[in-house]
Design a protein around this ligand. Structure first.
Ligand code: ZN
Length: 235
């Protein structure tokens, strides 16, 4: 019996098709179904001894529940003309300049985007990723220098489950979405991962070190708990 991911299926809901991701888990005790945080898929978990047929019947019996949950998912915040996007804590307005031939640039509190409107989302995303790489990269190097460490490769990702991570070889990963968060939040996540260069755990010495590398750790942690989901809705 295959453990792990199975072939995904489609559930036909009244509001449209919803991908159904299916996973067989070795220690699950019953069939469970949930909606992903962003509402882009339903996730079905099968215990070792449930058949796929039973799982699909279960998912189909929960269509009304999934439909009502979908209505509760907060809407996405698309990168489009007129949209407000905070950058390092300052609201910026995306402004489409179809005639310009400049790609993306910032002017005051505007993010200006040239070209076809359908390219705005990708161009704004790329711009924010580039900016995030600069800002977070600079901070990570500066903070690492304070504790006499050197980070390995610094990469920007779009992980939906973690804002940053530190590999055992000292490579640091960060979510580019941190550039949409206030500066003290980005600073905290940078400090957190850099502190892992010295302490590969979440023990008291780790937290003491992280707290020395950023001014407002507890506020930043609280901000992420409260607002982290919102960061994932952009773009
Ligand atoms: Zn950590």
């Amino acid at each position: 019996m295959k453990i792990g991911k199975l072939e995904p299926k489609i559930l036909n809901l009244p509001s449209g098709d919803l991908p159904l991701e299916i996973r067989r888990h070795p220690t699950a005790r019953r069939i469970t179904l949930r909606l992903s945080n962003q509402g882009e898929a339903a996730r079905l978990v099968l215990p070792r001894y449930a058949s796929l047929r039973e799982g699909l019947a279960f998912a189909n019996s929960k269509k009304d529940w999934l439909e009502s949950r979908l209505h509760d998912v907060p809407p996405r915040i698309p990168f489009e003309d007129g949209q407000i996007v905070p950058i390092l804590g300052t609201d910026h307005r995306i402004t489409h300049c179809p005639q310009a031939r400049r790609g993306v640039w910032r002017d005051g509190e505007r993010v200006l985007v040239s070209g076809n409107p359908e390219h705005i989302p990708r161009r704004v995303t790329d711009h924010l990723k580039t900016l995030a790489r600069q800002v977070i990269g600079d901070r990570a190097h500066a903070k690492a220098a304070v504790i006499g460490k050197q980070p390995g490769r610094i990469s920007l990702r779009d992980s939906r489950s973690r804002w940053g991570s530190c590999s055992h070889t000292g490579n640091l990963n960060f979510s580019w979405r941190l550039i949409i968060a206030p500066e003290f939040v980005l600073d905290y996540v940078g400090a957190h991962e850099v502190a892992h260069l010295a302490e590969h755990n979440h023990g008291p010495r780790f937290w003491a070190l992280a707290g020395q590398l950023t001014p407002d750790m507890e506020t930043a942690k609280a901000w992420l708990r409260r607002n982290g989901e919102t960061l994932l809705r952009y773009g």
